[in-house]
Each structure stands twice: as structure tokens, then as C-alpha cells.
Write a protein that binds this ligand. Structure first.
Ligand code: FE2
Length: 281
């Protein structure tokens, strides 16, 4: 069994040797028996400008995964492909924003096995499905894989010799979110990245002035009917449905997710996001 990776707060990561173009197309092709779109997630690459960014963190790429929803209905190869892409894209950190399971804990062993492919330090928050199925068991699985779970708390990571504060706000849909507590001890200096499963917490989280907020939960609407889905989601309080936003000066990325409770997606493909930090003028 592969040994667990060290917790991020203790990790000192080396930058990659080079960010050559070849590394961005390194994922192998799936067999032709299944359409490619069903076997590989869409890769979203996003630049995140940060005012006053520590030059050592310029060019750092963070992988963002959300709403994996491992279950008997999910496609196992999709998660494996996504985790392989983390290495292929030369991400130096992975951040996960909840809903690893779906309704039950039955597929947790399969999730744990897939996590062995993740070769970079990682931090996570929990989602509503994790709380409903068993927050303790899901957290233990993540921790056994070396992934620290942040529940209304923060961890300081050292990457390339610079400090980066990851703030995990627990799930809002199940009434566990406490942004005030999560940010209470976060140092003023250094980059601040907040994780929250439920993007309806975005405004509360942004009030604490992080540089970047990552969220999930919406699946981008999952079934996108033009003019209808967005309206329905807005009525349910989802003003940040998927993609990039800016709120109170914070960059926001709402991941459309890798899986779904019911594996039906229309015009909203499964995705993994890679966010690259750049210095803002
Ligand atoms: Fe969710």
C-alpha cells in the first residue's frame, strides 16, 4: 500500500523543472470502445491575477476538483483520468471542494483506491453528500490518502518557499458553514485561498477578503436548458452557477463538478479546473 503523503502544513514543494507545452497533452487516449467525451473530463484552464502575489508563487498551478460523487452509477475511469491530469498539467497543489460520495458510503473503498493516483499535496472541504452519508468516514478516507480536511479552519502551506493559506469553510447546504470561525486565525500576510462546497456562501466568504474562492455543488446546473436552468437556479439562490466571477475583489471559480448524483448532464460536461496564479499589475 502506498504511504500517505505528508500533511500540507509540513510540506515544502519544489517547483516543476519546466512548464513545456508537451506536459499539457500528456494524458493517454482512452480505448475507442467508449466515446471519449464519456471517459475524459473537460479541462478548464484559468488564469488568476493576484495583486501583490509573491513572485515565487507566480505561475503556480492548482488543480481544483469537485463533486466527484463516487457511486455504483459513476464511471470509475473518469476520476482516474482526472487524477492523472493533475500530474500531466504539472499542478503543484490539489484543492477539493466536496461531495466525494453519493447518498451512501458503499463506494468509499473505490474512491480511496483512486486517490492513490494523486501525486501532489491536497486539501479538502466536505459537501452535503459527505455530511449526509458520513462526514467522519469520508474525512478518514481523505486523511488516509494524505489529504487534510478543513472544517471551518485553515492550514498554511509552504510552496516554493512561500506561504499560502488555505481556508476551508464547511458545507453550507447542511448548515455547517462558519466563515467567521474558518478565518479567525488566518494571518494577514500571504496568499489566502478559501474553499466552500456551496457557492451560496460566496458573499459571506468574500467578506473576509481572500484572494481566491473555490466552490462546487451546482454541477453548473447539470442540465442546461437555455433561459430556464439559470432562472431556476437563481430562484434557489445560486447566483454563481459555474465558471469565473469576481466578488468584493476576490476571484471566484465555481467548478461544474466531475460526477453527479444522477449521471445525466446536458451541455454541462464533467470538468477538472487548473488555476494558474499570475501577478496582477
Ligand atoms: Fe453538493
Amino acid at each position: 500500500m502506498k504511504p500517505a503523503r505528508p500533511l500540507l502544513s509540513l510540506a515544502e514543494m519544489r517547483p516543476p523543472d519546466a512548464r513545456d507545452g508537451a506536459s499539457r497533452t500528456a494524458a493517454p487516449h482512452p480505448p475507442r470502445t467508449t466515446p471519449r467525451r464519456r471517459r475524459r473530463p473537460t479541462v478548464r484552464r484559468v488564469e488568476v491575477p493576484v495583486v501583490g502575489l509573491d513572485p515565487r508563487l507566480s505561475g503556480l498551478t492548482i488543480a481544483h476538483l469537485s463533486d466527484i460523487h463516487v457511486s455504483a452509477l459513476s464511471r470509475p475511469r473518469l476520476l482516474e483520468r482526472a487524477l492523472d491530469l493533475v500530474s500531466a498539467e504539472r499542478a503543484e497543489l490539489a484543492l477539493l471542494t466536496g461531495d466525494y460520495v453519493c447518498l451512501s458510503l458503499r463506494s468509499l473503498p473505490r474512491f480511496a483506491a483512486a486517490l492513490r493516483r494523486l501525486a501532489v499535496p491536497a486539501l479538502a472541504t466536505l459537501g452535503n453528500h459527505d455530511h449526509n452519508a458520513g462526514a467522519a468516514e469520508v474525512s478518514a478516507t481523505l486523511l488516509a490518502a494524505g489529504i487534510r480536511v478543513l472544517r471551518n479552519e485553515h492550514a498554511t502551506v509552504r510552496l516554493r518557499g512561500a506561504e499560502l493559506h488555505v481556508v476551508g469553510v464547511d458545507d453550507g447546504a447542511t448548515h455547517h458553514a462558519d466563515p467567521d470561525r474558518a478565518f479567525r486565525a488566518v494571518p494577514a500576510a500571504g496568499l489566502r485561498i478559501a474553499l466552500t462546497h456551496d457557492p451560496r456562501q460566496t458573499d459571506r466568504v468574500a467578506a473576509h477578503r481572500p484572494h481566491l474562492i473555490l466552490a462546487g455543488h451546482t454541477h453548473g446546473g447539470q442540465v442546461d436548458v437555455p433561459g430556464v436552468t439559470r432562472r431556476i437556479m437563481r430562484r434557489r439562490g445560486f447566483h454563481y452557477l459555474g465558471g469565473e466571477y469576481e466578488v468584493l475583489g476576490a476571484r471566484v471559480y465555481v467548478n461544474r463538478g466531475l460526477g453527479a448524483s444522477l449521471p445525466l448532464r446536458v451541455r454541462v460536461p464533467s470538468e477538472i479546473a487548473f488555476l494558474t496564479l499570475v501577478s496582477a499589475p
